[in-house]
Design a protein around this ligand. Structure first.
Ligand code: HEM
Length: 565
């Protein structure tokens, strides 16, 4: 609470007084200066002039003075510009966290000292006791929302006032990412969302399941045949190779090779985009936090090399299917159907849209899912009793379905569902929802007045902080799947759990994500035993150089073949 500013009328008098005192002491400065200038100013005393000087020689210090004055003036203007917004929340009677001059409240994220989720968690606690408060995204005032009921209002009830995500990408500059529903706004978002939604309903993803099951077989082979020192694996890397292959087969219609070859082309593309590094993180943070700067600097999330690669594979597969009359139950087929219906016109669904939306699957789906799967397995390794319970569930359901991993079987694994929900609570891959106000909206201030959220105001919903708040989840660091039993779920506010967001902009691929993650975890638990080793972190430290949530140093553990099957 130390650096949080609350608006209390009685304090404003004190503030006036200190302001007045400063003005008086400032008034003294010229007098002191005049005293000094009776003789020589410090600057003059430090300058050594020759006994006789021409006027031209005298120009040098004069020029120096000129530049110094200009620099001072410029610095002053910049200072005023950066500082100008700092009164924003105080003037509106909104509790807020005191900003720093350049970074606002995001210094630790921008300097790679803390993960963005942790930065928003710190701000969340500084605003403890309030439903919402003001923070600063650099110099831009933005809202941080704490109260689940208010979150529901923003995401669902008053969706029209918070319609868009706080991110911008120009399709002209970044043709693939610029078409991603996550960055689209207004009518264009609505149209694209309605085109893609049918392909990701529970009924529509059921036919994808045999493709996922094939990758699960590859996953088993991969674990049996590799691993540093035989049994040691880094979970995030292993799970990313799995989700790379699932995306390859379901979204691009090709056989993935990530589990066979960790350096296959699609995995390289993924690494180029997502592997934690200070500069990559900086690029993505600029796109996420300073969308206008990103637009001005023409920063691309999808590099030219990736763009060409993704475009090429989509074109090749389309050509092959066209020539050979192949129709396959996958996401790409859905996109091809949309293209054919739209006639490929600029107004309809174009060829570039096919590549863009197949890439959406890749960019929005594969990394988030591999993070969730890795944390899910980590939680089971360090909680062997839960692992045993899940193994019993998987064994009995597989037996019921003739020893096969099936779509229906996965839906019956209720304890696995509870355990994965708990892992997503503790470690939500997307740590913060970033919305923007699109229509003025009134909020009550703590003093009983009102404040109108202005169009363009960013709104942060800090999922990582809310999911780890003991008020919603007592003893939040304890992994306890029972929190997600039907009975226990009903004891807390629904909007205190949002790993996939909610409302009309909720994650489009959440059903698919849960399906592929559960299939992957069930495969590992059915075939192997997983246990911590010397390198397994006792507690997870979020990687500061990563815009999502990943464990610094990785999630290492042992995976050994089951002998009791
Ligand atoms: C565990 C895995 C995943 C997590 C944790 C996750 C999380 C999220 C979150 C938090 C959002 C923002 C929701 C909001 O603003 O309310 C989102 C949006 C989105 N996700 Fe996911 N996601 C996952 C997997 C996937 C997959 C597999 C796909 C694709 C098949 C996908 C596609 C999308 C799309 C297209 C959006 C933008 C939706 C819109 O703005 O209309 N996600 N996701």
């Amino acid at each position: 609470m130390a650096d949080m500013h609350r608006v209390k009328p009685s304090r404003s008098i004190a503030k006036h007084c200190s302001w007045k005192n400063r003005a008086v002491s400032a008034g003294r400065t010229p007098i002191q200066h005049n005293k000094k200038s009776r003789g020589q100013s410090t600057r003059e005393r430090n300058l050594k002039f020759p006994a006789t000087q021409s006027t031209n020689e005298m120009d040098v210090p004069f020029l120096g003075c000129w530049w110094a004055t200009a620099a001072l003036l410029l610095g002053g203007v910049l200072y005023v510009y950066l500082k100008r917004t700092h009164n924003y929340w105080r003037k509106r009677g909104v509790p807020y966290v005191k900003p720093l001059l350049l970074f606002g409240n995001l210094k630790d994220a921008m300097l790679g000292q803390k993960n963005l989720g942790e930065v928003y968690q710190d701000l969340y606690w500084k605003l403890d006791g309030y439903r919402y408060g003001g923070v600063f995204k650099f110099r831009q005032p933005s809202l941080l929302v704490r109260d689940p009921e208010l979150i529901k209002t923003i995401l669902v009830k008053e969706f029209n006032s918070f319609h868009d995500n706080d991110i911008e990408s120009d399709p002209e500059v970044d043709p693939l990412f610029g078409r991603n529903p996550f960055v689209l706004t207004g009518e264009r978002w609505k149209k694209t969302r309605s085109q893609l939604t049918p392909a990701l309903s529970l009924g529509k993803i059921k036919p994808y399941f045999p493709l996922i099951a094939e990758v699960c077989v590859e996953l088993t082979h991969c674990i049996e045949n590799s691993g540093a020192s035989g049994t040691e694996f880094e979970l995030k890397e292993l799970c990313t190779r799995y989700t790379t292959d699932v995306v390859a087969t379901c979204a691009f219609g090709i056989r993935g090779e990530g589990l066979q070859d960790p350096d296959c082309e699609l995995r390289q593309i993924g690494r180029e985009t997502f592997e934690p590094s200070f500069w990559k993180n900086m690029k993505v943070l600029i796109v996420m936090l300073l969308p206008r700067v990103a637009k001005f600097l023409k920063i691309r999330v999808v590099t030219q090399k990736m763009y060409k690669f993704l475009q090429r594979i989509v074109n090749e597969v389309m050509e092959y299917r066209e020539k050979n009359n192949v129709i396959r139950a996958d996401f790409l087929q859905h996109l091809i159907t949309l293209y054919k219906k739209g006639g490929g016109t600029a107004d309809g669904f174009t060829e570039e849209d096919i590549a863009a939306q197949a890439s959406t699957f890749f960019f929005d789906g594969y990394e988030t899912s591999s993070i969730a799967m890795a944390f899910g397995l980590y939680c089971l390794a360090v909680n062997p009793d839960v692992q045993t319970k899940i193994r019993e569930e998987v064994d009995s359901i597989l037996q019921k379905h003739g020893g096969e991993l099936t779509f229906d079987g996965i839906q019956e694994m209720t304890y696995l569902d509870m355990a994965l929900s708990e892992a997503l609570r503790m470690y939500p891959p997307a740590t913060t929802l970033m919305k923007v106000c699109t229509k003025p909206f009134e909020l009550e201030t703590p003093s009983g007045g009102t404040y109108e959220v202005e169009v363009g105001t960013p709104v942060a919903i800090p999922l990582y902080a809310i999911h780890n708040d003991p008020q919603h989840y007592p003893d939040p660091k304890r992994f306890d799947p029972e929190r997600f039993s039907e009975e226990n779920k009903n004891t807390r506010h629904r909007y205190s759990y949002l790993p996939f967001g909610d409302g009309p902009r909720m994650c489009l691929g959440f059903r698919f994500a849960l399906l592929q993650i559960k299939a992957g975890i069930a495969t590992v638990i059915f075939n192997f035993r997983i246990s911590p080793n010397k390198r397994t972190p006792v507690s997870v430290i979020p990687d500061p150089n990563y815009f999502m949530l990943a464990a610094k140093g990785g999630l290492w553990l042992d995976i050994k073949k089951r002998t009791d099957k």
